[in-house]
Design a protein around this ligand. Structure first.
Ligand code: TXA
Ligand code: MG
Length: 338
């Protein structure tokens, strides 16, 4: 039996699997089976009541799982699906169990742009509910290996779709109210949404249901994360180096001054270069590359044993807003440190 057929069989039986998407890997269950959805929460260690995103095979499924005026949603779906955009819409309570939505009257839906995900959902004939396939509060997985490390002992199958093309979670737009609110920035920007909608996209005003992915501290590695202006990067690193191993997430190829003894180009299997107490994860390319490598870089620096990770602030163009959002959450004080 091929992997897709096995995935479908497991999902039908109420099992939970690892599924690649273009953003991050998901921990997927048949969204119509409450028992299967409860297992997702248990495996992830996610508090129940934190709603999940429902992944559809096709825009035409919207009418089955959502209710109300779907014209704005369909307009955005035409422009951006399959793709990294999640829409919050009034749910059809007959088709979407409360376990998926944490008891809310709305549901988060998207059509992922990954052929393997689309094949599995299409064959299943039902949507899958899938949060990012990491333990709650930790860094999202962007390769199969990441999922194996986090949850490999807890799920029977993790499909391999290669490294995720985008690397950070979907943009979330709340369309359940009169005005459109951006709940989480992602690869599709507020400006792009606003142009297609023909109306403003507002900042989250906190009046709608709160999304746990919007908790101040989230997406966090074990190491402390420090954000600095690009021009202050190496001075900050110098000042921190007495206190143990320092990791640098070198966005846009920020090259260390010669004094640090880093030989550029000598990457290990995790994309790291080291010199004594300094470990550098170099990102070659612009802001899209920074998004693509963000979680892999945080994970690699964590595994290298860095006690602190320093990152320059990203440029705030396009997906850069979302990169900054995730970096700020990684750098926020943790509940266990507060
Ligand atoms: O790119 C992504 O969106 C990935 C891939 C796997 O699709 N999924 C993902 O799921 O990031 P998760 O569970 O890590 O984040 C889902 C976010 C959470 O912040 C959750 O609170 C929010 O979506 N959410 C889900 N349903 C909601 C609803 N009805 N109202 C408001 N926010 C909702
Ligand atoms: Mg998540």
């Amino acid at each position: 039996m091929n992997e897709v057929a096995r995935a479908v069989e497991l999902l039908l039986a109420g099992d939970v699997i690892g599924l690649p998407t273009e953003t991050v890997y998901g921990l997927a269950a048949d969204a119509t089976q409450p028992h299967a959805v409860r297992r997702v929460f248990a495996i992830k260690g996610r508090p129940v009541g934190h709603p999940l995103i429902v992944h559809l095979a096709d825009q035409s499924w919207l009418d089955q799982y959502c209710v109300g005026d779907l014209s704005r949603a369909k307009c955005l779906a035409n422009a951006f699906w399959p793709g990294p955009l999640t829409l919050i819409l009034p749910k059809n309570p007959a088709r979407v169990p409360d376990e998926v939505t944490g008891g809310l009257g709305t549901v988060a839906v998207r059509v992922p742009a990954h052929p393997l995900a689309l094949e599995v959902i299409g064959e299943l004939g039902r949507p899958v509910a899938a949060p990012s396939a990491n333990r709650f509060g930790a860094v999202s997985p962007t390769t199969r290996d990441h999922v194996v490390l986090d949850l490999g002992d807890r799920v029977p199958l993790i499909l391999d779709g290669g490294p995720c093309r985008i690397g950070i979670e979907s943009t979330i737009l709340d369309l359940s109210r009169d005005q459109a609110f951006l709940l989480r920035p992602g690869a599709i920007t507020a400006e792009q949404l606003s142009v297609v909608l023909g109306e403003p996209v507002l900042e989250n005003d906190g009046q709608g249901p709160q999304a746990p992915g919007t908790l101040a501290s989230h997406y966090a590695p074990h190491a402390r994360v420090v954000l600095v202006a690009p021009q202050d990067l190496w001075n900050t690193v110098r000042a921190l180096m007495d206190g143990g191993s320092v990791g640098v997430l070198a966005l846009s190829g920020a090259a260390p001054p010669a004094e640090f003894g880093i030989v550029p180009g000598r990457l290990d299997a995790h994309g790291l270069v080291r010199a004594k107490e300094l470990v550098v994860y170099g990102v070659q390319g612009g802001i899209e590359a920074a998004a693509h490598d963000l979680y892999a870089g945080l994970r690699a620096l964590d595994e290298a044993g860095c006690s602190v990770i320093v990152s320059p602030l990203p440029e705030l163009r396009g997906i850069g807003v979302a990169v900054l959002d995730r970096l700020e959450r990684a750098a926020a004080p943790r509940p266990d440190q507060a």
